[in-house]
Design a protein around this ligand. Structure first.
Ligand SMILES: Nc1ncnc2c1ncn2[C@@H]1O[C@H](COP(=O)(O)OP(=O)(O)OP(=O)(O)O)[C@@H](O)[C@H]1O
Ligand SMILES: [Mg+2]
Length: 218
């Protein structure tokens, strides 16, 4: 059973927040006219800025528009996707990468939301960055792309590990979540610099906790 409190797009589809996610979906559709946009990494500068919540709501919004969506939990330090969707996590990304058969047929789990499947993190590895940068990870991404219109990747913060930058090189684009009153401007610039260094395509920033959206019904 999904954690509906975090999934406002399911719980309150008419809210301004849900409307904002639909606008984001449309913007992503426009962006995909220029260059392929089949894989998207969602990350942020630091911890607790709303990455997982934003990603899950974007995933729901895309699925509601009948896009086949796969969410992959690549936060192999503090995985949260399984909790948010109320799923077991004994198998997932890490077990897929370690096993040839699972690599060809990863354990995608249904969420109860039509068009939306999840590959949870699986048991946590010793060295997440090695795993995320491996050739087998690249193979897995190709396999997932064949099974979805959009694959969304959750990741640790840009500034706390190399994982996000590593993944950024393997996806079509990166969406940076920025938390109003929390993310510091200087840190954002450092994070952007770090992503640009690996030639990531930063497609935009998503503002979380904006006071106007929180307070107003319109
Ligand atoms: N727009 C929002 N309004 C209010 N609370 C929010 C919002 N977005 C996220 N939260 C809450 O903030 C907390 C952190 O959110 P979330 O887990 O999505 O962040 P995160 O960036 O993925 O964190 P981590 O760095 O641990 O991966 C959660 O308790 C979540 O429910
Ligand atoms: Mg998270």
């Amino acid at each position: 059973m999904a954690n509906d409190l975090a999934l406002i797009t399911l719980q309150e589809p008419l809210s301004p927040q849900s409307e904002a996610y639909r606008t984001l979906r449309i913007n992503l559709q426009y962006a995909s006219l220029d260059e392929a946009l089949d894989t998207l990494l969602v990350t942020s500068v630091g911890p607790d800025e709303g990455k997982t919540t934003s990603l899950a709501n974007l995933a729901v919004t895309l699925a509601q528009a009948e896009q086949r969506v796969i969410v992959v939990d690549c936060d192999l330090r503090r995985p949260q996707v399984h909790q948010l969707f109320g799923l077991p996590n004994d198998r997932g990304l890490t077990t897929a990468i370690l096993d040839e058969q699972a690599l060809q047929a990863p354990s995608l789990q249904h969420t109860g939301i039509e068009n939306l499947r999840v590959l949870t993190s699986g048991p946590l590895p010793q060295r997440p960055a090695d795993l995320l940068g491996s050739r087998r990870m690249a193979t897995l991404i190709e396999t997932l792309k064949e099974q979805a219109d959009m694959v969304l990747f959750d990741a640790p913060p840009v500034m706390s590990a190399t994982d996000a930058a590593m993944l950024a090189t393997q996806v079509d684009a990166v969406l940076l979540v920025v938390s109003a009153g929390q993310t510091r401007r200087e840190d954002s610039l450092l994070a952007i610099e770090r992503l640009q260094k690996v030639k990531a395509r930063i497609i935009g920033a998503l503002l979380q906790n904006a006071p106007a959206i929180k307070a107003s019904g319109y």
